[in-house]
Unconditional design. Structure first.
Length: 623
C-alpha cells in the first residue's frame, strides 16, 4: 500500500457556545462557556423614588476547548476498494496508521465525494469531501454527544449550520464564518426554548441588533457591542414591571432614555398608574437634565444628581401648583412662596417631594374648584379667559356637568382608541397617542367642519416644540383628551355659528350630539381596520416618521412647524421610486380620499391639503 497524497488541513478557530443566564456548569468539551449574558441594571423601589442598581454579571468558568481536527498527511496502513492507475478510485475504506478510518468515495487517490471520517478518539465527520477536505454539507459528532450539522469549508464550520451542546440544552442555529458565529443567528439556552438570543453576531460575540429573552422572562431588544447592551435599546423587566427605552453603554443605561415603572391597579380602571423618568442617565443613575412624571399627576422638570433632584428645577404638584427654584439632595431648598388665589390654597402635603405616591404633566389650573376630581381635571383656563370674569365659574361648572353626563361614552371611546395597535400593557391601561387621537377625530368627523387635522394640531399645540407638533408619538391622559375635545368643540362651534353667543357647554353638547355619540367606536381607515395589517404596519412607523421629517418643508405661517402637502407627498413617493403599477398616484389619492371629503370635489383633486404621518400615509408608504 502506498501513501495517499493529502493537503495539509488548517486547524480551525475555536467553536464557542454560550451558557444560559445563571448557568453554573460546563456545557460541552467542544465549547467555551463564559457567560455572555450580563444581568441588566434593575431599578428597585427604595423608601421613596426607585433608584438604579446594577446586578453583577454571572460568570461561568470556561471549559476545555476542542477544534475541528486536522486532516494531515496520513499513512494508509490498509485500503479496501478499487485502484485506477495505482490510485484509490470509487468507493473504498482507508485505515490510517494513527487509527483514523475513512469510508466513502475516492477520486484520483483523494477523498472526494460523500464519505465518513472517524478519528481514533471517536470524533466523526460525515458528509461531503473535496480534494481531501471536508467541504460542503456535513455533520460533526463529538464523543461527548455534541453535534454540528451544516456547511463546512476546509474542515471548518462556515456558512449556515446548527450546533447542539452535550446535553442538547444549548443550541445555535445560524450563520458561521471560519469556525465562529458570524452573521445572523439564534442561540437557545435551554431545551424548552424559553431563554434565547436572536440577532447579529461578529466573531462569536453579539454585535449589531438583537433580541434576548432571559430565563426570568425579561427581554432586551436593541443594539449590542461585544456581548453587551450598547447603543439604542429597550429593556423590559417583566418580573418587576419596569421598562427602559434609550441609550446604553457597556450594558448600563447611559445617555438619553425613558424609564417607566408600572404600578399594579384595579383591572378595568383607566387611571394609569406609572412613574416615568425622561432624561439623561449616567452609569445607570438619573443624572443631568430630566423630567419625572408621577402617577398622581405631579411632575418634576430639572436637574438630577445620582438619582436625586439636585439643582434648579420646577415641581408641579398634583393640584396644579408650581414651584420653581433650587433643590438639594431631593428636597426643596427653601419653603415655596406660592401665590394664593381667593378659592384654592396649595396642597402643602405635596411639598415633601421625595415620597409622593407617584405620568402625565399637570398644568396650572384656573383657580376654580373642579367637579371632576384631580385625575380628570380640565385645563381650560385659556378658554375661560375669553369670558367675562364673573361668568367663568358658571362656564366651568356647566361644561363639567356636561362632561359628567357623557363621561361613560367618553371613557369608552378613550379606552377603545388608546388600545388600537397596542400589545398587552404591563398595567392593562393604554395611554392614548396622537396617532390614535387622530383616528378618533377622523371617525367622529371633526375634519368635516372645514378644519384639517393639521389645523387641529396647531390649535392644540400651545407652547409645544414646533418640530413635534405633528408627532404621532405624543401621549395624553384622559384629562388631556377631554380638554382637547372641549377646545376643538369650542373652535368648531364658534366657526360654524359666528353670530351666536355660545357657552362652552353648548359647544361641547353640540359636538357630542352631532359627532362623538353617533360615530365614536366605528373604526375606519386602513391602519386599524385589521389586526394583522395593523401589526405589520406599526412595525414601520419609526421609519415612516423619519422619512416624513426628512421630506417636510417649513410652514410659512406660525408656528412655522415642518409640514407636507399632498402634492409634496406624491413627489416624495416618486423620488423614493415607490410608485408603480400597483401603487400609482391614483391609488394614493384613493387611499387619502376614503375618509377625507376635501381631497375630491367631483372630478377635481385638492393636492394642496396638508398631510401627516397618520394611518393612511403610513399605509401608503409600506403598501
Amino acid at each position: 500500500m502506498g501513501k495517499i497524497k493529502k493537503k495539509d488541513g488548517k486547524k480551525s478557530d475555536k467553536l464557542t457556545v454560550e451558557a444560559a443566564e445563571d448557568a453554573g456548569s460546563k456545557l460541552s468539551p467542544v465549547s467555551v462557556t463564559p457567560s455572555e449574558e450580563h444581568a441588566p441594571p434593575s431599578i428597585k423601589d427604595g423608601d421613596d423614588e426607585p433608584v438604579t442598581q446594577e446586578e453583577p454579571p454571572v460568570l461561568v468558568p470556561a471549559s476545555e476547548l476542542y477544534e475541528e481536527p486536522i486532516l494531515a498527511q496520513l499513512i494508509v496502513e490498509k485500503y479496501e476498494g478499487e485502484l485506477v492507475n495505482g490510485l484509490y478510485e470509487g468507493e473504498g475504506v482507508a485505515y490510517y496508521k494513527d487509527g483514523n478510518i475513512y469510508r466513502g468515495l475516492f477520486s484520483e487517490g483523494l477523498m472526494h465525494g460523500k464519505g465518513m471520517y472517524t478519528w481514533a478518539d471517536g470524533l466523526i465527520y460525515e458528509g461531503e469531501f473535496f480534494m481531501n477536505f471536508p467541504m460542503g454539507d456535513g455533520v460533526y459528532t463529538w464523543p461527548d454527544g455534541s453535534r454540528y450539522e451544516g456547511q463546512v469549508y476546509k474542515a471548518i464550520r462556515h456558512g449556515t449550520g446548527v450546533h447542539l451542546s452535550i446535553d442538547q440544552q444549548v443550541s445555535y442555529v445560524g450563520e458561521w464564518c471560519m469556525g465562529k458565529r458570524h452573521g445572523k443567528g439564534t442561540i437557545y439556552y435551554n431545551a424548552e426554548g424559553t431563554s434565547w438570543y436572536e440577532g447579529e453576531w461578529i466573531h462569536n460575540r453579539k454585535e449589531g441588533w438583537g433580541v434576548q429573552r432571559f430565563p426570568s422572562g425579561n427581554i432586551y431588544e436593541g443594539q449590542w457591542k461585544a456581548d453587551r447592551f450598547h447603543g439604542e435599546g429597550r429593556m423590559r423587566w417583566l418580573s418587576s414591571n419596569e421598562e427602559y427605552l434609550g441609550q446604553w453603554e457597556n450594558g448600563i443605561q447611559n445617555g438619553l432614555g425613558t424609564h417607566t415603572w408600572f404600578l399594579k391597579r384595579v383591572s378595568g380602571s383607566q387611571y394609569s398608574l406609572r412613574n416615568e423618568y425622561i432624561g439623561i442617565f449616567v452609569n445607570g443613575s438619573r443624572h443631568g437634565q430630566g423630567q419625572y412624571y408621577y402617577a398622581n399627576g405631579a411632575m418634576y422638570d430639572g436637574q438630577w444628581k445620582n438619582n436625586k433632584k439636585h439643582g434648579t428645577g420646577k415641581f408641579i404638584f398634583k393640584n396644579g401648583r408650581i414651584y420653581i427654584g433650587e433643590f438639594v439632595e431631593d428636597q426643596i431648598a427653601e419653603y415655596p412662596n406660592f401665590k394664593y388665589d381667593r378659592v384654592n390654597t396649595p396642597d402643602l402635603s405635596g411639598i415633601r417631594t421625595q415620597s409622593p405616591i407617584c405620568g402625565e404633566r399637570s398644568t396650572p389650573n384656573s383657580g376654580i374648584p373642579s367637579l371632576l376630581g384631580s385625575y380628570i381635571e380640565l385645563d381650560i383656563a385659556s378658554l375661560l379667559n375669553t369670558f367675562p370674569e364673573d361668568e367663568r365659574y358658571e362656564e366651568q361648572k356647566q361644561v363639567e356637568y356636561g362632561i359628567l353626563r357623557n363621561l361613560t361614552t367618553l371613557r369608552k371611546a378613550y379606552k377603545l382608541y388608546s388600545s388600537l395597535g397596542n400589545e398587552n400593557c404591563f398595567d392593562n391601561a393604554f395611554l392614548m397617542t396622537k396617532l390614535q387621537f387622530w383616528r378618533f377625530l377622523k371617525d367622529c368627523k371633526f375634519h368635516h367642519h372645514d378644519l384639517t387635522l393639521c389645523d387641529m394640531d396647531r390649535l392644540l399645540a400651545d407652547n409645544s416644540d414646533p418640530e413635534e407638533i405633528h408627532s404621532p408619538y405624543a401621549t395624553m391622559l384622559i384629562r388631556t383628551f377631554l380638554t382637547n375635545v372641549i377646545y376643538l368643540a369650542h373652535h368648531i362651534a364658534r366657526a360654524d355659528s359666528p353670530d351666536k353667543k355660545l357657552s362652552l357647554v353648548d359647544c361641547f353638547s353640540r359636538m357630542m350630539t352631532q359627532n362623538i355619540s353617533p360615530h365614536a367606536g366605528t373604526i375606519k381607515g386602513h391602519l386599524f381596520s385589521d389586526a394583522q395589517k395593523t401589526e405589520h404596519t406599526m412595525s414601520y412607523i419609526d421609519k415612516c416618521w423619519d422619512i416624513y421629517k426628512t421630506y417636510c418643508r417649513r410652514n410659512t405661517s406660525a408656528p412655522y412647524e415642518p409640514t407636507m402637502t399632498m402634492r409634496h407627498f406624491i413627489w416624495m413617493m416618486r423620488d423614493l421610486k415607490v410608485l408603480n403599477n400597483v401603487l400609482s398616484v391614483t391609488k394614493i389619492v384613493d387611499i387619502m380620499a376614503e375618509d377625507n371629503p376635501r381631497v375630491r370635489d367631483g372630478n377635481e383633486i385638492n393636492v394642496e391639503l396638508e398631510v401627516r404621518p397618520r394611518g393612511q400615509i403610513i399605509y401608503s408608504m409600506i403598501s
